[in-house]
Design a protein around this ligand. Structure first.
Ligand code: UDX
Length: 456
């Protein structure tokens, strides 16, 4: 099949590369000349494991190319896939300016019988608007629209696409359904066919549900902390019930990224416009906003309620591991909160360095985790990068001024932290204070010696 993918952002680029990988002929279009030049030379502008190699091999096989000219991409295409951004407006609603511009451009060079598929996350009713924008420009309706929302995650985008658990296709005709079924055949996945509105809603509902799971487990974690329970064992205990499911029950400092925060907001607006006031999703957002700052309260508790002049090592800036993406990352709230408390923060992230400089101007960045924690009064873990899990605890203890670790991602075993003499406060698990253990050990030793002397 011949495809024209419009927009080479996260979704467009990964989808385009994966479609070519399963054998389709793909032309990716973007109006950003610099980006297209770099992509044509095999350079991938985002950090996504495996994407650069896959892009190179499909370009070499002649199945994948890049252009800035939409008319070139559309000239021989069976289907056009719109994958441009839908950023949030100030009121939280999705900005459809890019989608509208692309639809009108498609209308100006459309070929007969084209199926126009929207992959961008868009409010309910957008596909019908796309149809009107195209028809207004080309003056006929000899084309079809379809909705095919994307569910891939950053960092695992290729596997999520190649091994997709389902494809949702919103269609209005047998012809469009057949094309989308053929397009997805090599993925050997379950296909859910529905109308345009259902497909559009499915994306918002899926993301809102996942965000709800995260906020729910974070609230449970906060209660666990008060009653001496452990949220990790609890999550296993409830997650084994298949009606609940084990995934997305990892308590932490809340969700971030380019989708959940934006899509929950947009979903609230979609419902409002339809005359319905959502109750659960706004609560999910409130819990998420508060959860981000719990690590700052924990830090204050550990450091005598005053962070002024304290040296804080912040490990992890990206919103999750295996990405350099800092969009809506917890660090964007945590760092300013530390600044307000007049703490001195030194941060380290294995990848998101340039992004951090842009998102948090003035932030002091270290080149290694060792450099960041040197002489720190406390260490704050914000992103669960695998490399942080491998940190040598004796080395960490030796480098810091005080062995205090506040872990927003439950990366370490509290018992081990205690054994190594750390004060360790994580999420939804009892605080351990290995420093006290040491003091108790010393007390026992001194009392033992005293006893021996006293008893001759
Ligand atoms: C998400 C959806 O998973 C994906 O289907 C959709 O297409 C886009 O949005 P992504 O934003 O890449 O993908 O990241 P994801 O891995 O889902 O994590 C989102 C956030 O939730 C991260 O900040 C992560 O740290 C947090 N999270 C996730 C938790 O705090 N706990 C969990 O159990 C899972």
């Amino acid at each position: 099949m011949k495809l024209c993918v419009i927009g080479t952002g996260y979704v467009g680029l990964v989808s385009g590369v994966c479609y070519s990988h399963i054998g389709h002929e793909v032309v990716c279009v973007d109006r950003d000349q610099e980006k297209i030049k770099r992509l044509s030379q095999g350079e991938v502008p985002i950090f996504e494991p495996g994407l650069e190699d896959m892009l190179a091999s499909n370009m070499a096989a002649g199945r994948l190319s890049f252009t800035t000219r939409l008319s070139d991409g559309l000239a021989v295409a069976d289907a056009a896939i719109i994958a441009v951004g839908t950023p949030a407006r100030a009121d939280g609603s999705a900005n459809l300016d890019y989608v509208e511009a692309v639809a009108k451009e498609i209308g100006s060079c459309i070929t007969a019988g084209l199926v126009v598929i929207t992959k961008s996350t868009v409010p309910v009713g957008t596909n019908r608007k796309v149809k009107n924008w195209i028809a207004e420009t080309c003056g006929h309706e000899d084309f079809e629209v379809a909705s095919c929302p994307e569910f891939l995650r950053e960092g695992t985008a290729i596997a999520d696409t190649l091994e997709m658990e389902r494809a949702v296709i919103g269609v209005e005709s047998v012809n469009a359904e057949r094309l989308l079924r053929d397009l997805h055949k090599p993925f050997q996945t379950t296909i859910v066919t529905c109308n345009l509105e259902t497909a559009e809603m499915a994306k918002y509902a899926a993301n809102a549900f996942l965000a709800t799971k995260i906020s729910f487990i974070n609230e449970v974690a906060n209660v666990c902390e008060q009653v001496g329970a452990d949220v990790t064992s609890l999550a296993e205990a409830i997650g084994l019930d298949h009606r609940i499911g084990r995934h997305f029950l990892k308590a932490g400092i809340g969700y971030g990224g380019s989708c959940f925060p934006k899509d929950t907001q947009a979903f609230i607006r979609v419902a409002q416009q339809a005359g319905y006031d959502l109750q659960i999703v706004p609560a999910v957002e409130r819990v998420n906003a508060a959860q981000r700052l719990t690590v700052v309260h924990k830090l204050k508790t550990a450091l005598g309620h005053n962070l002024a002049g304290k040296q804080i090592a912040m490990l992890g800036l990206a919103f999750k591991p295996n990405t350099d993406d800092m969009r809506a990352a917890p660090a964007l709230d945590v760092y300013p909160a530390l600044e307000r408390e007049q703490a001195n923060t030194v941060a380290f992230d294995p990848i998101a360095t340039e992004q951090a400089k842009a998102a948090l101007p003035g932030i002091q960045l270290a080149n290694t985790w060792q450099q960041a924690v040197k002489d720190a009064d406390a260490v704050l873990l914000l992103t669960d990068w695998e490399t942080f899990k491998d940190i040598s605890l004796p080395e960490l203890k030796k480098l810091t001024k005080q062995p205090i670790v506040i872990d927003g991602r439950n990366m370490f075993d509290p018992k081990e932290m205690e054994m190594h003499g750390f004060y360790y406060d994580s999420v939804g698990r009892p605080v351990v204070d290995g420093r006290l253990e040491r003091i108790r050990e010393w007390e026992d030793l001194v009392l033992g010696i005293y006893d021996r002397f006293a008893n001759g």
